[in-house]
Design a protein around this ligand. Sequence first.
Ligand code: AMP
Length: 118
Amino acid sequence: MRDSNCLFCKIAGGDIPSQKVYEDELCCAFRDIAPQAPTHILVVPKEHIVSVAEITESDAALVGHIFAVIAKVAKAEGLTNGYRVISNAGPDAGQTVPHLHFHILGGRPLGEGLLGNN
Ligand code: AMP
């Protein structure tokens, strides 16, 4: 189901423009508007799911598909030296768009610290 008030539902549906790099019937990938690495792409399901916290067993196939797409997109972007996948869930994580999305970050060494501060 789409949420007509949701930014990423609108982007996934083509109602708001984005720089899409991949799309299929279940999900799409587009460039982050405020990139935090040379390559910064968001992969989102077309179905409205708020965050990782809302994922249930019934989403298993969709989530598996999204991870296959993440690998495909990272390869297509030439991230042969590695990349990081992040999904923020809820306020403590700093989630700003309440629609499940996976950040693909790469194109430079990101360091060993998960939060990029060490
Ligand atoms: P998060 O903070 O994990 O919820 O990530 C939301 C991401 O969406 C941020 O990295 C934003 O820069 C990005 N973002 C917000 N609006 C847009 C947009 N219209 N097109 C592409 N990326 C966006």
